[in-house]
Design a binder for this molecule. Sequence first.
Ligand code: BT5
Length: 239
Amino acid sequence: MDIIRLKEINSTNDYVKQNIQALPNLTAVYADRQTSGRGRLERKWIDTGDDNLYLTIVLKPFKTINPIYSNFTQYLSVILVMLLEEEYNLSPKIKWPNDVIINGKKVAGILAEGTTKGGEFLGLALGIGVNLNTTKEELSIIDKPATSIFNETCQYINKIEFLEKLLSKFCLLYDKFIVEGFPFIKKYYESRANFINKNITINVLGKLHSGIAEGISDDGSLLLKEDKTTSVYFIGDIL
Ligand code: BT5
């Protein structure tokens, strides 16, 4: 995997989107500082210093739009959970669709953005921000409960080592994932999900829906039992 390091950029996702034609599949772009990191729906990803990870992976395994593109965020959340469990002895959970949570607080956020030109699909920018060494004080400026690996383990995390481990795990299961799609990671994803069989409320573009989360479909969507019917949601936030 080629790795590009940027000292400072507005957003690694924007950098990848702007350069997607020149960047080969599976190039990783990370920045030491990110001045306008973005989340979904115009939300912000807060930069808490250069010893945290701001990374975007270039993905264009298929030349045309393919259902697999909508599941890469869930794939990356599973890869991160595996790494946190195996190497850092943590017990992270996944909050649908792809937040990674430790002890009820968000440690990482993932944002995938497709790029098209004249109707042609050029590729996906798969971005992830991971709080590696953010201190309690820095975490307190984030508007929702947040944590870092350092905050959970009292262990300083070497960013480059962490990046290499994350990317090598990403590549290890990648070939199988792009052939089999979400069903390949479904069992693992569900076993680490913190919402299944619970009463939840989701916000879908400003509209709230409440019910029991019955599970995840083979395409990664959420099955929510509202009264007597089960609805399928492809986007939204669990509140
Ligand atoms: C996300 O959005 O969680 C996706 C974040 C993706 C960030 C990466 S960094 C590299 C790449 N380049 C970018 O520009 N973006 C990607 P969402 O689910 O919408 O959550 C955003 C919310 O997370 C914010 O509204 C805050 O409540 C919270 N948040 C912001 N910064 C945080 C941080 N450092 N740690 C924990 N939570 C944070």
